[in-house]
Design a protein around this ligand. Structure first.
Ligand SMILES: C[S@@+](CC[C@H](N)C(=O)[O-])C[C@H]1O[C@@H](n2cnc3c(N)ncnc32)[C@H](O)[C@@H]1O
Length: 213
């Protein structure tokens, strides 16, 4: 009697596999942890099956987009600079699920409507531009903000108490302005803080279109 050949079950891609993959291409541990914390929040807060498209804007090494692409979501990643580690990661991705566009997000144009727009540590007003692109395309979004921009981008009707600038700092205040603006135009929105031990720029501003909930 011949031996039964056991079929190897293909493991589903998850956080453990992402850690191994990014470690393999030489991404530092603290950066992996930052990305994992962001991704874990996104997976908990959003039902990915609701979206035909996921964007990773100002993607840098492209870790966020890599993860969702390997989970078989259609991902478009955008950045205006080259990156060696990203090049290595892209080699492992199926182009059916991943598209990298080398351009400025100011030149990219309209995003696909009703997408999920993600961005991690887009510096200064880039974070505002990411939020604007998400709102223009009626998309849901999550951005981990970075340093605040040179100019106040959004003008909500309700301006947070300016004394909060001294209390919380300018970056946090800028996030409150963003939050109020998004909340006033038909989004359920919030700020989620990941551990400061992972990164001091630890606030994730997120928004979900109310009509989608
Ligand atoms: C602080 S890094 C964050 C990268 C990545 N998301 C991460 O957290 O590792 C900011 C990224 O924004 C990109 N960037 C700067 N200006 C941009 C622009 N106008 N359009 C697209 N990407 C831009 C930079 O090349 C860089 O990769």
């Amino acid at each position: 009697m011949g031996k039964k050949i056991k079929k190897k079950k293909k493991k589903k891609f998850g956080i453990k596999q992402l850690k191994a993959l990014t470690n393999n291409v030489g991404v530092k541990k603290n950066e992996i942890n930052k990305n994992v914390a962001f991704i874990s929040f996104v997976e908990e807060q959003f039902d990915l099956s609701n979206y035909n498209h996921v964007y990773d804007l100002c993607c840098g090494k492209g870790i966020v987009g890599t993860y969702f692409s390997l989970k078989r979501n259609n991902v478009t990643a955008v950045d205006n600079s080259g990156n060696n580690k990203r090049n290595q990661l892209i080699k492992r991705l199926d182009e059916k699920f991943y598209d990298f566009i080398n351009t400025s997000i100011y030149d990219h144009g309209h995003l696909q409507n009703d997408s999920l727009v993600l961005s991690l540590h887009a510096c200064g007003n880039l974070t505002d531009k990411v939020i604007e692109l998400a709102l223009q395309s009626q998309s849901d979004f999550a951005v981990m903000s970075c340093c605040h921009g040179d100019k106040q981008y959004f003008s909500p009707r309700e301006i947070p108490d300016v004394n909060l600038v001294d209390k919380l700092g300018r970056d946090h205040y800028a996030d409150l302005l963003r939050l109020n603006y998004v909340s006033e135009i038909g989004y359920t929105a919030g700020i989620f803080e990941i551990s400061e031990d992972i990164t001091p720029k630890n606030r994730i501003i997120w928004g979900k279109k109310k009509s989608r909930e």
